[in-house]
Design a protein around this ligand. Structure first.
Ligand code: AP5
Length: 224
């Protein structure tokens, strides 16, 4: 396929990070997850990280102007010349419009916005059992995807922690933010004809297979 510029869309805990990691390995494209980028800034104690943390700890969205610059510089970078995978961006109408402008300026186009759809009750269950690798961000679940050794990342040996924003009261606000500010992007991308839906309630392997099938269809459509 000439170029693959993908967006992973979906509520918190729908599996964007889990699928993003697999897609990145499959497609060998740069993967930009705004949540991971922000958490790295928080860990490093940068000014951006200190500002973002106040919003993240409450489950609110970080202001658009902070996020848009962060992603624009990556999308226009040399490493993203053959495509990119965005996870957690865009999340507001202003972010979606800024991305459209950026892509147009680069004379490129978005290939697909893949919506991983999961109901709220499932989100709460998933996030209460999520364990995240402190060192490299690899994702596990105590029931659905347990690490071989409790508390230790299978991939890099890092310590597994519970994210600060996975506390039940914060998860509730993150879901509310999703429904009011991010869910409208589903019809936005539907209107542009690039929305693709995947049922995120299935096991991770099945979700991966569905996404692979969807990308294969896009490729065939392009060649037709
Ligand atoms: P971010 O880190 O992006 O959080 P999120 O969108 O809420 O998504 P999550 O990382 O919680 O979930 P996920 O969909 O990646 O699911 P995962 O694969 O981990 O953002 C955090 C914060 O940063 C935001 O609240 C905001 O403050 C700020 N921010 C980020 N981007 C921003 C933006 N653009 N604008 C403004 N602010 C922004 O899976 C969850 C769990 O379920 C795991 O334990 C996993 O093992 C398990 N699981 C995954 N798939 C399945 C499956 N199919 N079946 C069973 N279990 C599964």
């Amino acid at each position: 396929m000439s170029e693959l510029n993908l967006i992973l869309l979906g509520p918190p805990g729908s599996g964007k990070g889990t699928q993003g990691e697999r897609l990145q390995a499959d497609l060998r494209l740069p993967y930009y997850a705004t949540g991971d980028i922000l958490r790295a800034e928080v860990r490093e104690g940068t000014e951006l990280g200190r500002e973002a943390k106040q919003y993240m700890d409450r489950g609110d969205l970080v202001p658009d102007e902070v996020i848009i610059g962060m992603i624009s510089e990556r999308v226009e970078s040399h490493e993203a010349a053959d495509g990119f995978i965005l996870d957690g961006f865009p999340r507001t109408a202003a972010q979606a419009e800024a991305l459209d402008e950026e892509v147009e300026r680069l004379e490129r186009r978005l290939t697909a916005a893949i919506l991983i759809d999961v109901p709220d009750a499932e989100v709460v269950h998933r996030l209460s059992g999520r364990r995240t690798c402190e060192k490299e961000g690899h994702i596990f679940h105590v029931d659905f995807d347990p690490p071989k050794k409790e508390g230790v990342c299978d991939v890099c040996g890092g310590r597994l922690i519970v994210r600060d924003d996975d506390k039940p009261e914060v998860v509730k606000n993150r879901l509310a933010q999703y429904h009011t500010k991010t869910e409208p992007l589903v019809s936005y991308y539907e209107g542009k004809g690039i929305l693709r839906r995947v049922d995120g309630r299935q096991v991770p392997e099945e979700v991966t297979e569905r996404i692979r099938a969807l990308l294969a269809t896009l490729q065939m459509e392009e060649q037709a």
